[in-house]
Design a protein around this ligand. Structure first.
Ligand SMILES: Cc1cc2nc3c(=O)[nH]c(=O)nc-3n(C[C@H](O)[C@H](O)[C@H](O)COP(=O)(O)OP(=O)(O)OC[C@H]3O[C@@H](n4cnc5c(N)ncnc54)[C@H](O)[C@@H]3O)c2cc1C
Length: 401
């Protein structure tokens, strides 16, 4: 039998593509093949089991800024199917959402199962054929159809959609069909700083700080979290996303500079001097100039050999200079990375210029389509990676028949 469309991969992108293919062409034969025994594995474990479905960012020009790779290419697709469409789609299946203060959107149930059930019920209702534990061993491209062979079965299909996420085999097939693969490397991780003098402050978060990878233009501003192994928090995760390739090349050994007060060294020194002039009999802790946690102040003062009990009048200008330097140019040796709450995403994949983002069809191999993380697209944490899966899955599903 010749299928109209075979989708490889039963993750968010593959399932959403299958649903949209059937919605657009109800009589088409759509078959989804998944190598595992269960569908939507990552949806289940996502967001700590709550599934951060998307982000409350409804302006495509703003939304694309959250994608270190894929920014330019996703602008058009987000006009076609963006976060508002995702919410509307799931709401039409009875899912209610809540938006957290930082913009992340979760099902009101706080259960990823709610999302899984909505997707699977729809797929079953539309009679999408699904086969689990299917291991394709050989993939062949003929003039007008593809053949996929497992140990026992031979499948033939006019159109093929690869939605295999960051699996190596998916990349290999894309390569076999003529695509180039941008080297897959991890994104979204926290920094290990074994020699950090701040580990005893684990759990303390500071906002906003400025971060820079020394010797590069990699720079971020936002909240940082001190951990028992180094640094985490939104600004670190963003830095890891934009710096994923560079940091991989450096084997995650690099120099991180933290500006704890998000001011220039000169501005900081002036503020310290002014405090000394106006409040000579107060201590630096009493006059918490930069709104830093007291324990962090104490640690900095200890490192610089300044007693925190000293009044400002007793602190020399040179000591204030040293303090301004510490607050604005604090340096740490990063040695390795740690996964953030098990969440990670792969940077790299199918080269974007080889794909037509109006249809998600390959520009190299006709009747071949892509959706989701197999593409060289990744977002920062916050629901952006699933939004990529919904958007590209929607477009691929609608166009691939
Ligand atoms: C722990 C964790 C938590 C996360 N939380 C969030 C979150 O809350 N919000 C968010 O936006 N993003 C989150 N992400 C990222 C998000 O899960 C992914 O970006 C998203 O799942 C990508 O969807 P996909 O369908 O492209 O790929 P996947 O979800 O990886 O699905 C690919 C599917 O293809 C199958 N497959 C692979 N190879 C083959 C093959 N050879 N034959 C057949 N099938 C194959 C796989 O088994 C899998 O089922 C999280 C990631 C992790 C690891």
């Amino acid at each position: 039998m010749l299928y109209d469309l075979i989708i490889l991969g039963g993750g968010a992108a593959g399932i959403f593509a299958a649903i949209n293919a059937k919605l657009t062409h109800p009589t088409a034969n759509v078959l989804l093949l998944e190598k595992n025994a269960v569908l939507l594995t990552k949806v289940r474990i996502s967001g700590g089991g709550r599934c951060n479905v998307t982000h409350a960012c409804f302006e495509p020009k703003q939304l694309i800024k959250n994608y270190p790779r894929g920014e330019k290419e996703l602008l058009g697709p987000f006009h076609v199917f963006g976060p508002a469409d995702t919410i509307k789609w799931f709401e039409s299946k009875g899912v209610l959402f809540k938006t957290e203060a930082d913009g992340r959107i979760f099902p009101q149930t706080d259960q990823s199962e709610t999302i899984i059930q909505a997707l699977l019920q729809e797929a079953h209702g539309l009679a999408v054929l699904i086969k689990l534990t299917e291991h394709i061993e050989i993939l062949e491209n003929h003039a007008s159809y593809f053949t996929l062979r497992t140990k026992k079965e031979i499948y033939q299909t006019t159109n093929l959609l690869l939605a295999t996420g960051s699996s190596r085999q998916g990349y290999q097939w894309a390569e076999q069909l003529g695509h180039t693969i941008q080297k897959p490397v991890p994104s979204l991780f926290t920094f290990n700083v074994p020699a950090s003098s701040l580990k005893h402050l684990s759990g303390v978060s500071i906002h906003p700080v400025r971060l820079q990878i020394l010797g590069t233009k990699l720079f971020q501003e936002g909240p940082i979290l001190i951990t028992h192994f180094g640094f985490s928090g939104p600004a670190i995760l963003k830095l890891s996303a934009w710096g994923s390739k560079y940091l991989h090349e450096q084997n995650y050994q690099t120099r991180l500079m933290i500006n704890w007060v998000a001011l220039s060294k000169e501005e900081t020194f002036v503020k310290l001097q002014e405090a000394k002039t106006h409040f000579p009999h107060k201590t630096l802790l009493q006059k918490n100039l930069f709104d830093l946690p007291k324990n962090l102040w104490k640690t900095f003062l200890e490192i610089l050999g300044i007693s925190y009990k000293k009044r400002l009048i007793e602190i020399s200008l040179q000591q204030l200079k040293n303090l301004a330097q510490k607050l604005t140019g604090d340096r740490y040796q990063v040695e390795g990375k740690t996964t953030h709450k098990q969440e990670f995403v792969t940077c790299g994949g199918v080269t974007l210029k080889e794909v037509d983002f109006k249809t998600m069809q390959s520009k190299i191999c006709p009747r071949l389509f892509f959706a989701g993380e197999i593409l060289d697209i990744d977002g920062i944490t916050g629901g952006f990676n699933f939004q990529n899966a919904w958007t590209t899955g929607y477009i691929a599903g609608k166009s691939s028949l």
